[in-house]
Every structure is written in structure tokens, then in C-alpha cells.
Design a protein around this ligand. Structure first.
Ligand SMILES: [Zn+2]
Ligand SMILES: [Zn+2]
Length: 238
């Protein structure tokens, strides 16, 4: 767990094996974005304790999409925090049933890994405890009613029902829509899996126009949103 930044929100990164969850505090209230892989709930709950929190201090859980590395501890979190889970309608069924889906590969590495994930990896690797979602997001939802000056926004491209959390100070919790990885060029922030690379870029543009300033991704370190702007101008938006 590490402190990331203080703006309108205080933001803490919970670093788990190859994936992050993000804790954000505003006005004494806490939310959590994503829940890591299955079987790593110990690391997640250690991270929560590391921020000097009890699970019951968290008042909202946001699941950016229902891939196994984001929903892994959603069931345990819901039981131990008592907080509602927000997810997009397109992803709710996978969360509810413990279902399994891997997006298509967007480059050669992604295609190989998607094939291996679908056909060679043991299903037990992806199994997670299902959880009943409480808040179904469609296009957009403000969460001021929970005490957070922010909006959950549908931002498809990595998966059809991916959502992002955009705070009013420009902090963007992007899930896998925009990530950080040690690959050069356009792949530095583009996920290698997705439902549509074009939709990813459209969602980047939309979030930049909505005021995104700094990105907190579910994979890798945080980065300035202007890096997405420069990728869009270098590689085009179609
Ligand atoms: Zn994903
Ligand atoms: Zn992921």
C-alpha cells in the first residue's frame, strides 16, 4: 500500500500481484476501486489495514469491469464492508454468477495470451466468489450522494461494460481502459486486450474532454492524463 497523491481525494494504491486496487478518501469517507485477483484477498485486506482502515469504513465499492483480476475479492469485500457494489449493467451478470470472460487480444501478444487463457489455463485460476451488485450503472452516475464529488462514467473499449471513476479534480480511476506497462509506443497505456481499440481511444478522448488530469490505472503506476493526449495525436483516433 502506498500513498499516491492528495487533491480533492487522498488516494492510496494497494499493490497486489500485477494488479492494483485504489482507496480514495474524501471528507472522512472512503471508496475502493476494484478488488484484485481471486485468492489474493489477504493482500487486499492487508492494504486496507495499512491505510489504518477497518473494512466497515469503506462506504462504496466500484468494480471497473468483471475480469477475474478485478472481481477476485468482491464477494468477501461485500460481506466484510457491508458497502454497495457499483458495476455496469453489461458486466453485472459475470459478477453475479462468477462467470469468466477474456477480451480479445488487440496485438499479437494479447491474441496469444487470450488464446492461452481461454484454451490452456485451468478454469480454477479464474474462479471467484460471486457477489450481488447493488448499483447498476448504465451511461453515467454521480456519487455525491455517497459523499464523493465524482462521477462513474461508462467508458467502453477494454470491455463493453468498462466504467471509470472521474473525480471533479480530474483524478481518473481507469480500470484497464488505460494502464501502465513497460512496453514502448502506443502500448505504454493501451491494454493488450479489448473489445475495440477504436472504442478505447474514443473513451480516452471523452474522458480528456471531461477534464481527466491524472490517471490511476488498475495495472502499473499512475501517470498524467496528457500522456493519453500525446498517444492520440501520435497514432490517430481511429
Ligand atoms: Zn480487464
Ligand atoms: Zn486487468
Amino acid at each position: 500500500m502506498s500513498f499516491a497523491r492528495r487533491g480533492l481525494f487522498s488516494i492510496f494504491r494497494i499493490k497486489m500481484p500485477r494488479v492494483n486496487a485504489w482507496l480514495a478518501r474524501h471528507g472522512g469517507r472512503w471508496l475502493l476501486v476494484d478488488s484484485g485477483k481471486p485468492k489474493t484477498s489477504g493482500a487486499l485486506f492487508d492494504g486496507i489495514a495499512g491505510a489504518c482502515l477497518k473494512p466497515r469504513d469503506i462506504s462504496l465499492l466500484i468494480i471497473t469491469h468483471a475480469h477475474y483480476d478485478h472481481v477476485g475479492s468482491a464477494g468477501r469485500l461485500k460481506r466484510e464492508t457491508g458497502a454497495p457494489i457499483a458495476i455496469h449493467g453489461e458486466e453485472a451478470g459475470l459478477l453475479r454468477t462468477g462467470g469468466f470472460e477474456i477480451s480479445d487480444g488487440l496485438n499479437a501478444l494479447g491474441r496469444v495470451r487470450a488464446f492461452l487463457g481461454r484454451h490452456a489455463a485451468p478454469r480454477s485460476m479464474f474462479a471467484f466468489e460471486p457477489a450481488e451488485p447493488d448499483i447498476i450503472v448504465e451511461s453515467e452516475m454521480r456519487i455525491d450522494g455517497f459523499g464523493f464529488p465524482a462521477a462513474i462514467i461508462h467508458s467502453p473499449g477494454h470491455s463493453r461494460g468498462s466504467i471509470s471513476l472521474l473525480a471533479d479534480d480530474g483524478s481518473l480511476f481507469s480500470g484497464d481502459l488505460a494502464i501502465s506497462q513497460p512496453l514502448p509506443g502506443i502500448w505504454s497505456h493501451m491494454p493488450i486486450y479489448g473489445s475495440s481499440a477504436r472504442d478505447i481511444k474514443k473513451s480516452w478522448r471523452m474522458l480528456l474532454e471531461r477534464g481527466a488530469k491524472h490517471v490511476y490505472p488498475s495495472h502499473g503506476h499512475d501517470f498524467p492524463a496528457k500522456e493519453l493526449e500525446s498517444l492520440l495525436s501520435r497514432y490517430g483516433e481511429n
